[in-house]
Design a protein around this ligand. Structure first.
Ligand SMILES: *[C@@H]1O[C@H](CO)[C@@H](O)[C@H](O)[C@H]1NC(C)=O
Length: 511
């Protein structure tokens, strides 16, 4: 008997984007990104002495278009930090951008981005021009040259006051909360935060909303990233509606840094689990003139759609929708679908390897599998397959479900529906609960009931599964019935111990 919890969902954010200022310029700043350039192929001039540690560069050789052009040029060895001329070639988007440390710059991993660029040397720009560009770029000259993107000022074409309303409830759990933080951080990097550009703040929704920081607190990307990193998971029920209302009413005041005449935006994170009344909150937000965007693990329900003030907002706002800001996060794992898929495969492999140890027949061992999220699905029951071959094939064919983690409900479901029909049989009953996250519901009661019904419970936790929960679910002696590994790859090593544990209990019960 296996419970496999489920943690993934498609995740699509559509949001305002920066437009371009229309002027093509060859002198760029340290922070001009590929997506700030307008032409397919463009010759640009990088200044000298860019602060290397401030570069955001994604990829190696082929760079995601949100990377700094000069950063990419230094990373790839086309120029040094003395600046110089660079030819930028627009390329199609890639599935993956690797992280590589080169020439003093650590590039970052990014999954699936809409467009890319490469950088090569240009020979037809005189070095003298480089020198000139550098000297005019010095603040000491008193006059600042007009630049396409000034790091401190931020993206002037995307003036907006934005609140990220993130989910800090038990439904999302600590693990996905961290992924959410990463996601918000990535969005913050792309926005071009600055004194004249977008300002952002964060509100955490859980039992009670908590404004983590206001618009006025930070006006530089680096500070915002740091503040996001520091956010602590609060836990509690999902009260997104309450938090949305609170944010619309309290967050955008002038004393808290909201700017007059600038669009107010709330980006709400929802994981599909029923919350309090968000429709009413959507109306309140509308009354306060706030635009609401939804980031969802599933497509919006009709109720959620009601919150969207104006679906065409994206195309009408100061920030045009040119596609740069469509950011797809295919799974909850870390932005790469392959990670989710391979983790799930490791889970199935673990189940197969344990199953292989038993003689499966209608008079021998029997195996059933239940997959759960908030919901439960009996993948196959004890009586469905009576040969090992068929069981292994059925395990291979298990498909990923998406949703959150309700482990308690899943144990009750399994006790009732899967073990229930077998309870007068001669077999000894074992339940192995496999989870990689915090359960939103109580696990103790259901696990105690299962044990009382004669089922020996083993708990196997991966990654963010809290050890206390694992111990609470497991049969006595808890130490020998609880297993944990930080990485999915560690599951394989636990196979012999789990098998030994089951066999020992089986033999003990025969004495
Ligand atoms: C944000 O600013 C307010 C008022 O200036 C201050 O009380 C608060 O501590 C600041 N928050 C952070 C996270 O810096």
């Amino acid at each position: 008997m296996w419970l496999v919890p489920l943690l993934l969902g498609a995740f699509l954010l559509s949001s305002p984007v920066r437009g371009s200022d229309g002027s093509a310029s060859t002198a760029i700043t340290c922070f001009t990104r590929g997506l700030d350039l307008r032409k397919e192929t463009e010759d640009v001039l990088c200044p000298a002495n860019c602060p290397l540690w401030q570069f955001y560069v994604f990829g190696d050789g082929v760079y995601a278009s949100l990377s700094s052009v000069c950063g990419a040029a230094i990373h790839s060895g086309v120029i040094t930090n003395a600046g110089g001329a660079v030819r930028v070639q627009t390329l199609p988007g890639q599935e993956n951008y690797p992280a590589v440390n080169a020439n003093g710059i650590q590039s970052q991993v990014l999954a699936r981005w809409a467009s890319s660029f490469s950088v090569t040397r240009t020979k037809n720009i005189a070095l003298e021009a480089v020198g000139r560009s550098v000297s005019t770029a010095r603040p000491s000259t008193g006059k600042r040259p007009k630049k396409p993107l000034d790091k401190k000022a931020g993206n002037k074409d995307c003036k907006a006051d934005i609140a990220f309303l993130i989910d800090g409830s038990y439904n999302i759990g600590q693990r996905r909360f961290n992924l959410q933080k990463n996601f918000v951080g990535k969005v913050a990097v792309m926005l071009g935060i600055g004194t004249e550009g977008p300002h952002v703040g964060v509100v955490q929704a859980s039992e009670h909303p908590k404004i983590e920081f206001y618009l006025k607190n930070f006006t530089a990307t680096k500070e915002v990233l740091f503040a996001i990193k520091e956010l602590g998971f609060r836990g509690g029920n999902s009260n997104t509606g309450k938090a949305l209302k609170h944010t619309a009413q309290k967050f955008f005041s002038l004393e808290n840094g909201a700017r007059k005449g600038i669009p107010k935006i709330i980006v709400v994170f929802l994981d599909g689990w029923p919350s309090d009344d968000i429709e009413e909150a959507g109306i309140v937000a509308r009354e306060f003139g706030v635009n609401v965007f939804i980031v969802s693990v599933a497509k919006p329900t009709t109720e959620e759609l009601g919150m969207v003030q104006d679906i065409g907002f994206v195309d009408k706002a100061v920030c045009r929708n040119n596609g740069f800001f469509s950011y797809q996060m295919p799974t909850w794992f870390d932005g790469s679908s392959s990670v989710g898929d391979s983790n799930f495969r490791l889970v199935l492999e673990f189940i197969s390897n344990v199953a292989k140890a038993f003689e499966i027949s209608d008079i021998g061992s029997k195996i059933a599998a239940v997959q759960f999220t908030y919901d439960q699905r009996t993948e196959f029951s004890f009586t469905d397959y009576t040969t090992k071959e068929k069981v292994l094939s059925a395990i291979r064919n298990i498909r990923y479900m998406s949703g959150g983690t309700a482990t308690g409900d899943a144990i009750s479901f399994t006790t009732r529906n899967v073990f229930g029909p077998m309870k007068d049989g001669p077999n000894k009953n074992f339940l192995v609960v496999l989870t990689d996250g915090q359960s939103y519901d109580d696990v103790r009661g259901p696990a105690a009931a299962a044990q009382k019904a004669g089922i020996t419970v083993f708990s196997v936790g991966v990654a963010w599964a809290p050890l206390d929960d694992l111990k609470d679910m497991a049969s006595e002696p808890r130490e020998s019935h609880t297993f944990f590994t930080r990485e999915f790859t560690g599951l394989e090593q636990m196979v012999p111990d789990v098998i030994r544990g089951i066999c020992k209990d089986f033999l003990d019960s025969k004495q």
